[in-house]
Design a protein around this ligand. Structure first.
Ligand SMILES: O=C(O)CCC(=O)C(=O)O
Length: 245
């Protein structure tokens, strides 16, 4: 069922991937990471994690709207055990395998904070455009899949996650990634779908599926963890010693 939807639409919902307790642990981890960046006015690396500050337009390289206002923390797993455990979690890896990715290998993780009132949206884009060509090759050969997991309720009120169903099938599209616009008209928007998520719910999607989200103009938090995986050759376990051929 998940595989069918992934192949047809480029994405599939996964309700309750994480337990409430796990969500709580990740929220605390996210708060601890954010606290380390509470002084930041500009993008910076702390303990191997890359902090991107929240600017008024959402563009990189501008000054934060306030000290410590954060848009995202990429490679949060470098500085957080909870996120590092998630990228090796058996349920997560099984899910990625279930959509046809062989020997899945993690390549990226991030926490998107999209803070209340100030969090800007994400223009329509395909994640595959942001990976190295070797990784794009691996996706073409062995498959790839990305995952977002909600740490808060995310819906139309606070800039919920949106997809353009079916766009994975059209291949790579050239687009600019200017976070101050929405990239309207670049992709086929006829099957635009906002996917309401409760904490712990996830969406698994193809690296070439166009997706994005609106700003968070509400007073509610909207934190998401994103994980990206690529496939590799199938590894055949060696025959046990002593076994006759
Ligand atoms: O956080 C979101 O709503 C979208 C995130 C996203 O598309 C990304 O980080 O590439």
């Amino acid at each position: 069922m998940i595989r069918e939807r992934f192949d047809r639409d480029g994405w599939a919902p996964v309700a309750g991937l994480l337990t409430p307790r796990e969500v709580e642990a990740l929220r605390s981890a996210s708060d601890e990471l954010a606290a380390k960046g509470a002084h930041l006015q500009a993008d910076a690396e702390i303990d191997g994690a890359r902090y991107q500050v929240q600017t008024a337009s959402g563009r990189r390289g501008e000054t934060a709207v306030a000290p410590g206002a954060l848009r995202k923390i990429t490679f949060a797993s470098s500085a957080s055990v909870e996120v590092a455990l998630l990228r090796n979690d058996r349920r997560v890896l099984k899910l990625i395998e279930s959509v046809g990715v062989t020997s899945p290998r993690w390549i990226v993780d991030q926490i998107n904070l999209k803070a209340p009132r100030i969090g800007t949206g994400f223009p329509w884009h395909q994640d595959a455009a942001f990976v190295a060509w070797q990784q794009r090759d691996a996706i073409a050969k062995y498959g790839g899949a990305n995952l977002v997991i909600a740490l808060d309720r995310a819906d139309e009120v606070n800039g919920g996650f949106e997809v353009l169903s079916g766009t994975h099938a059209g291949g790579a599209v050239n687009f600019d990634y200017d976070t101050s616009n929405t990239n309207g008209g670049v992709f086929d928007e006829s099957r635009r779908t906002l996917i309401p998520l409760d904490p712990g719910d996830a969406v698994v999607f193809h690296p070439q599926l166009a997706h994005g989200s609106g700003p968070n103009t509400s007073l509610l938090q909207r934190r998401l963890v994103a994980l990206w995986f690529i496939g590799g050759p199938v590894i055949t376990p060696p025959l046990r010693s002593g076994k006759k051929l």
